[in-house]
Design a protein around this ligand. Structure first.
Ligand code: FE
Ligand code: FE
Ligand code: ZN
Length: 255
């Protein structure tokens, strides 16, 4: 498709079932990545995980999936593992954050090589992670938080009320002040079907939504973001992705 990175799901995104570890498959991937200049890739945890749920069995399932995923990802030297912090489903943000921290503290150990990324969320329903402050509270609660980073989803932050269209630099200043830009490890590059500050999570094709091509181009060319990897989560078929990647490469001012 013309990319030099990719994102994939660690297991069925709507369920939780995973393939068994396949060493041959993994070795072939490493060879392919080397030959094709792929360095960083991003693993996405399933959507069904909810570390902030009021239900014990839901949190236990999340813990089990994440532990199993990370065990596999430790085969890489520098894996990035992105997950949605969770929805508190009525028990409140404070309790939800407490549960998320509890799980991360069970999973993370000092020698872990994988970096776990908290995704910035749109704030639909009782979603946690709609603000930089909420993500910061999670980070602060984790003992070995040098293993925690953030993945910024452009559709989500725009929906959550961060005006990356008109004030990208002040949004990045705010991110830096609250979380620290050194924690920012990946960008989900999406346009949005929904208006600014709507707290709705509907991705749109690049240039066809409320964020628009000009703002997206500013994002990929921003000095503070240019060295990150960008991942498309736009509603496309293969052909659509080929076109978007080509368009973004054309608009990119850096090598
Ligand atoms: Fe996501
Ligand atoms: Fe995303
Ligand atoms: Zn989304």
């Amino acid at each position: 498709m013309g990319g030099n990175t990719f994102q994939y799901f660690s297991r069925n995104p709507q369920g939780g079932k995973a393939r068994e570890w396949d060493q041959k498959d993994f070795d072939e991937y490493l060879k392919y990545a080397k030959e094709n200049g792929i360095e960083v890739i991003l693993t996405h945890a399933p959507y069904t995980l909810n570390c902030a749920s009021a239900k014990d069995e839901v949190r236990e399932f999340a813990l089990m999936c994440m532990e199993d995923d990370i065990k596999k990802l430790e085969n890489f030297d520098n894996a990035l593992y992105n997950f949605h912090p969770g929805s508190h489903t009525g028990i409140g943000v404070d309790k939800g954050i407490e549960y998320i921290i509890e799980i991360l503290n069970k999973i993370i150990y000092p020698k872990m090589k994988t970096t776990i990324l908290l995704e910035t969320m749109s704030g639909k329903g009782s979603e946690i992670g709609r603000s930089f402050e909420e993500l910061k509270r999670i980070i602060d609660g984790v003992k070995y938080n040098d293993k925690i980073g953030v993945c910024l989803d452009t559709c989500h932050v725009f929906s959550a009320g961060y005006d990356i269209v008109n004030n990208l630099d002040s949004v990045l200043d705010e991110f830096d002040r609250i979380i620290g830009l050194d924690r920012l490890k990946a960008i989900h590059l999406n346009d949005s079907m929904m208006p600014f500050n709507s707290n709705k999570d509907r991705h749109e094709k690049i240039g066809e939504g409320t964020i628009g091509l000009l703002a997206i181009v500013n994002i990929i060319n921003n000095k503070r973001l240019k060295d990150l990897s960008f991942y498309l989560e736009t509603p496309n078929d293969i052909d659509g992705y080929i076109k978007e990647i080509a368009l973004l490469k054309e608009k990119r001012i850096w090598d």
